[in-house]
Design a protein. Sequence first.
Length: 385
Amino acid sequence: MITTVRVFALQSLLALALLLLGAPAKADDFSSYTTSTSFSLPGATGAFDSLPDGRVIAAIGNDIYRETAPGSRSFTDLGPLPNADLSGFGAAFLRVSPDGTMIAIGNNGGSSFGNYQVGVFALANLTGQWFAASHYDGAWIDNRYIALTAGSLSDPVSVVTALDRLSLTPTNPVNRTIIGNINGASGGVALDSAGNLYTGNGFTYGGPSQTGYIYAFPSSLYTPALAGGPPANFETQGIPIVDLLSAGTLAFDAQGNLLVGGGEFGSSGDNNYFALVHAPAITAALAGGGLINTSAGAGNVRKFDPDPSDGTFYALNANRARKEIYATSFGESTVFTLKASSSVAAPIPWWSVGLAAAALGLLGLASMRRRFAAEGVVAGQRACA
């Protein structure tokens, strides 16, 4: 009975190990992104994002366009935004809410470049409201608050604010500073799946952070400011993550890899590509590992330049549903597309190989012991005959 139980346990161990060896490993999107194709938005100077089902949604002029089906690259005009005053350069940003029912759009200062507003509209019928709020980039914190990076040319310190879309006075909304003392120009803003907020120094004025420094802020650091508490201090409380470009655009793909766009001015500046930062390297930085090593040999960062003929500062988007990255040049309607291949398998865990070998060895030993025992019994029976 005991031998039977042991053999059964060993057989179960072997089955588990072989299952781990034979099961398809999850693809690592970081390694598998390749330049796929390109498509065109319905017009130039368009800010855009992706819906949860993978359809692209774009703001072209005052109108909102939505892809007819995921990947169709054809668009339907949903109509104009009410009372819109958008800049001639187009919207500063368009972001879909986490529940997929709303969009937030920055008007880029309007036609006068001094009337900064952020609109929040329901996708079902484009009803909503414009709120007075300075902005460079924006990202939803949750379905109520929108994080906005903001600053001015006359003030060397930039901030991140949180616009409350439920504010009762749109001309003077609740828009508290949640991260202060960015000693430089505004950069992009994004949140990961754990609620950590990332933003960067877009152009340093005095440091200690430099152009392209991206810091992370756990929710415990910035959410107290939503209730009127003090904002987190970018320069002293931010967790250093990486130094790339001008941190002009930030976004996360479905596996937590970070996209970084923008660029530094000047021929010797950090520009003419966009970057993808590996999720495990971000995890290590969040744990206090310091700025990620961006050298080619370290394997933490991949750099792409889908339009090498142009000295481009790329703006980026991640379509998590379709495992696609979108890169655009300022004022252009062409969207360069990178696609992640699901056929790229992750390495087989070393411990599953060892587990399989150990299980095979133990099963072989158990089989030999049963054979020797059986032969001993037969020999004994022959001796007594």
